[in-house]
Each structure stands twice: as structure tokens, then as C-alpha cells.
Design a protein around this ligand. Structure first.
Ligand code: GDP
Ligand code: MG
Length: 152
């Protein structure tokens, strides 16, 4: 329940006015929102965020896409938050994302896949530290936790 993950609505998600529907997916699943901000990222932030991908042929396009407008950066908390966050978001390539996932419901192309989710607990820790200061993370217990989880 203490696990956190980094979820980001990419510039196309904002341009297409999908902020509320995307946030609703996580709220409805019982995740707890502990940090959120609208950020127009710097080049260096995107290079660090996608450090593993900077040598890929698609990276210049990915970087241009990520710098084309603001993103909504969020930290969500919950049981198995990283794995469940990936499941809610769906496969990287929208052609393979199942209907019912965010990408499976809203996307067509891998280069316009509206949302990011950390791929592991370790990536989540790294990405949260990159995008947020510790004091930007809220600490509170929602009153419905006993209804979301069998054992709190
Ligand atoms: P994710 O963790 O599911 O977002 O996927 P990756 O970490 O592998 O890639 C990061 C992001 O790079 C993806 O969400 C896509 O926006 C983009 N990307 C990955 N692979 C490709 C590709 O083959 N072509 C293009 N144009 N973009 C890609
Ligand atoms: Mg990734």
C-alpha cells in the first residue's frame, strides 16, 4: 500500500483534453494521489527521464513530442502501484494495448501514446526523484482505505 509510481499525462493527452478521464482511471481503481503538477519540461529533464532511450532512432521525435507542451506529472500510491499502473496504462504500442487500458482506449500510434507509467518499483523511485522534490509529496491516509483493501 505504500508503493508509489510515477504517472505522466503526455502533451497529446493535455491537448486532447484527456486529463480528467486519465486521472479518473487511477482514482477509480483505488490509487491515492500524492503529488501532481503541470510542467513544461526542459530538454535536460526529458533527457534524464528517457536516459535509456537517448541513442534510439526515434529519440529525437520522442523528445520533440515531450517538449511540445506541458505534461501532468503525478505520483500515485497503492498496493503494487508500479505493476498495476502499467496494467492500467497498457502496452507501449497502442496496436497491442488491450481495450480497457488507457492506451487501448485513446491511442493509435506509439509516438502519441498519451501517458507514461514507471515500468518497475526502481524506475518509479528514480522518476519520482527526478520530477518532484520530497516536500511536494503529500502524506495522508484516505478515509476509504478499508473499503479499497481487505487488509490495511
Ligand atoms: P513505455 O514505458 O511503455 O512508455 O515505453 P518505452 O519506455 O519503451 O518508451 C518510452 C516512450 O518512447 C514510449 O511511450 C513512446 O512514446 C516512445 N517510443 C517507444 N518506442 C518507440 C518507437 O518505436 N517509435 C516511436 N516513434 N516512439 C517510441
Ligand atoms: Mg518506459
Amino acid at each position: 500500500m505504500e508503493e508509489t509510481t510515477f504517472i505522466m499525462i503526455k502533451p497529446d493527452g493535455i491537448q486532447r483534453r484527456l486529463v480528467a478521464p486519465i486521472i479518473a482511471r487511477f482514482e477509480n481503481r483505488g490509487f491515492t494521489l500524492v503529488a501532481i503538477k503541470l510542467v513544461h519540461a526542459s530538454e535536460s529533464l526529458i533527457d534524464q527521464h528517457y536516459a535509456e532511450l537517448t541513442s534510439k532512432p526515434f529519440y529525437p521525435g520522442l523528445k520533440q513530442y515531450m517538449l511540445s507542451g506541458p505534461v501532468v506529472a503525478m505520483v500515485w500510491k497503492g498496493k503494487s502501484a508500479a505493476a498495476l499502473g502499467r496494467a492500467i496504462v497498457g502496452a507501449t504500442n497502442p496496436k497491442e494495448s488491450a481495450p480497457g487500458t488507457i492506451r487501448g482506449d485513446y491511442c493509435n500510434d506509439v509516438g502519441r501514446n498519451v501517458v507514461h507509467a514507471s515500468d518497475s518499483v526502481e524506475s518509479a523511485k528514480r522518476e519520482i526523484a527526478l520530477w518532484f522534490k520530497p516536500e511536494e509529496i503529500a502524506h495522508y491516509a484516505p478515509c476509504d482505505l478499508g473499503w479499497v483493501y481487505e487488509n490495511v
